[in-house]
Design a protein around this ligand. Sequence first.
Ligand SMILES: [Ca+2]
Length: 259
Amino acid sequence: MLLRSTTAPRPLSVIPAAASEARRPTALPSRAALTSVDSFTPAAKARPSTGTGSSPTDGLKDKALIQALHDAAAQHKDLGYNQARKIIFTALDNHDGKVECVYTGRELATDKIPNSNDMNTEHSWPQSKGATGAAKSDLHHLFPTDSKANSIRGNYPFGVVKDVKWSQDGSKFGKDANGQLVFEPRDEHKGNVARALFYFSTVYGKPIPAGDEAVLKQWNKLDQVDSAEVSRNDAIQGYQGNRNPFVDDASLADRISDF
Ligand SMILES: [Ca+2]
């Protein structure tokens, strides 16, 4: 209610073109996709203020902040899994005809959903840990990955690998300092993973274990939001009608002491 009363609605149809065209044109959704989302209006208010003006989350922290962010971001269109994958491989993460694995950097030239033994869709929040229903198809935590790297990550938590059992192009799998098996994405994806999981926890009401949370908050600072991540957030709003507020304002995570 707070957000609804203080945040001016922003028409979906103007956002991707105005906000991201100059940054990364290939990330823009197709006109057909935009049109299909135009009729879905409830989440059009989702973008929080990132300027110097007041924001509906000003002064909030912990549970109150989680609730406000949930109210702003949770309502969105469930694309369905097939459509979500099609968007990822043909538009959202397809740049100049190629899709890049977020873990290894391997590129694949494709104009369709690839063979799942080659490259597939990573659920940053694993399906086995709650990414089911609409969450299974929520683009904010889905990324293209090399199928082998995806399989090695499995549903292990993210963490800092000390005893390396597998590594490729900066991503690692192995035991952390406590002897727990964890997956460590390459540096340039560490922040993206952190912000995706903060989003997931907030929108779907899932807790993040304390040890994982400490690492993710470090990664949120280590790998800061870049123009490609902003552009992807813009484009996803065009498809499913909501934004990741932790990308819009990376400082929000540190105002939440326990996800
Ligand atoms: Ca990054």
